[in-house]
Ligand binder design. Structure first.
Ligand code: ATP
Ligand code: MG
Length: 445
């Protein structure tokens, strides 16, 4: 993409309404525009990151054996009356009437609707296990929408629902989600720690929230610092192997890590003092086993091998897709702007032409751009007639992890400069070597 033809409405000044760094940078980098409290337009740069995040979420869900579908944003109120949640949900639910005076709502979550789909089409144990998910906009009329996309009213969520024949199978689905989430967040350059969370009115202790540590996080968390060293990495996990999946979960949930709702001071105090950490975190996901709560109230049952009928065992599992942009920026920025991890960056690399209009510099940039494209890498090429300083400031603000700088002086020596946004370290090399270097970096991503 040539910057001269793009739509990147960068702001020079810090917007007064932004209280935290991610919100400030998202506005300044022209990624989002607020349209009403907690409701945003996604401008082209923001949309590119949102799409990258969605793609990673999809890939990891499909890898775990989960199946995408798409449910609507608007739902009939009657479905929610069946589960009893229409009245329970309170003011967070946006209620709407259509022209026939039928009661509708903008979905805050989809347990009822997915259960309705299931009961309409599935009635035998032979069709299990089944996990369906979608990535769809949700609406919750939050009391205090704030921090930009972190706590919006309209926000994008991945929500998945497992249907299983018995509790053991449902717990395997729970574990599969945990492992797939670990991989999802790691691919986004994040450390998201599964923490034991409160299950609320449903009971049981099978729920974990995934938290990214950040001073601006809304949750207070307590953990053993050793938990932050755990990494899934590139290990292959066979998602059909219950013992193998459970072992990974065991590894990631044995060390103490809890939200304030489940925190137990006595247990916490048994951790060596230097490893005892109290901090703040951003909830980027939650997994939940809840058994037959919805299947019983809504009549979703299957016939078992011995011919009896049982309500299906379920759980639901969410990832805060739009919130993740804020969380990633909170975890990865400096005083000049965002530093995107390679996995989610809107463009893999930026090209800065130091002397637009110089025949050699223009030609070198064009050929770099084409050579990168031939490797499947779409560069953002700053071809504007601007001072070098302004071009660097824009690149630093929008946070592309790699930059290739091209100028007449370097070209006279046959070199361009490759700079890492994270370390600030620059290296001179031939244009061909620069393309090879960038291609190499993205080869495994
Ligand atoms: P919170 O405690 O932050 O209000 P929640 O526990 O009510 O969130 P869930 O129902 O668990 O949210 O939704 C799944 C995920 O969706 C959350 O882990 C979070 O990342 C994201 N999410 C929830 N509410 C919002 C919101 N208002 N804006 C953006 N993302 C949200
Ligand atoms: Mg939650």
């Amino acid at each position: 993409m040539r910057l001269s033809r793009y739509f990147l409405p960068v702001l020079k000044e810090n917007p007064a309404e932004a209280q935290i760094v991610s919100h400030r940078y998202m506005l300044r980098a022209g990624m989002i525009k607020q349209q009403a409290a907690g409701i945003y337009s996604w401008l082209p740069l923001g949309l590119r990151v949102l799409n990258r995040i969605q793609q990673i979420v999809h890939e990891e869900q499909v890898r775990a054996g989960h199946i995408p579908l798409l449910m609507p944003t608007l739902q009939p109120a009657d479905l929610w009356r069946e589960s009893g949640r229409y009245d329970d949900y309170g003011q967070e639910m946006l209620r709407i009437k259509d022209r026939q005076d039928r009661e509708m709502l903008y979905g805050p979550t989809n347990e009822e609707m997915i259960t309705d789909i299931f009961r309409s089409h599935v009635n035998s144990y032979k069709d299990l296990p089944l996990t369906l998910y979608h990535i769809q906009w949700k609406f919750r009329d939050e009391m205090r929408p704030r921090f930009g996309v972190m706590r919006g009213r309209e926000f994008l969520m991945k929500d998945g629902y497992n249907f299983d024949i018995d509790k053991d199978a449902a717990l395997h689905a729970y574990n599969r989600h945990m492992v797939s989430y670990l991989r999802t967040y790691e691919r986004m350059g994040l450390t998201a720690i599964p923490m034991r969370a409160a299950s609320g009115p449903i009971g049981g202790d099978n729920t974990h929230e995934f938290l990214v540590l950040a001073a601006t996080g809304e949750s207070e968390v307590f953990f053993d610092s050793a938990v932050t060293d755990l990494k899934l990495g590139n290990r292959e996990v066979d998602y059909d192997n219950r013992a193998e999946v459970a072992a990974v979960c065991q590894e990631f949930t044995t060390l103490y890590a809890r939200t304030d709702e489940t925190h137990d001071e006595a247990v916490f105090n048994t951790i060596p003092e230097e490893r005892r950490k109290v901090a703040r975190g951003i909830e980027v996901g939650q997994i939940f086993y809840f058994g037959t709560k919805y299947s019983e109230s809504m009549g979703a049952s299957v016939v078992t091998a011995d011919g009896s009928k049982v309500p299906v065992e379920m759980g639901s599992h969410g990832i805060g897709v739009s919130r993740l942009l804020g969380a990633i920026i909170e975890a990865s920025h400096d005083d000049k702007g965002i530093i995107w991890p390679e996995g989610v960056t809107p463009f893999p690399v930026g090209i800065v032409n130091l002397k637009q209009g110089d025949a050699a510099a223009d030609a070198a940039c064009d050929s770099l751009y084409k050579a990168l494209a031939a490797k499947g890498l779409e560069a953002l090429y700053d071809d504007r007639d601007e001072r070098a300083g302004a071009k660097f400031a824009t690149m630093d603000l929008i946070g592309l992890p790699w930059r290739i700088t091209v100028g007449p002086r370097g070209l006279a020596n046959g070199v361009v400069e490759v700079t890492s946004r994270r370390t600030g370290v620059s290296e001179e090399m031939t244009p061909e070597a620069a393309v090879a270097r960038i291609a190499d970096i993205y080869a495994g991503i």
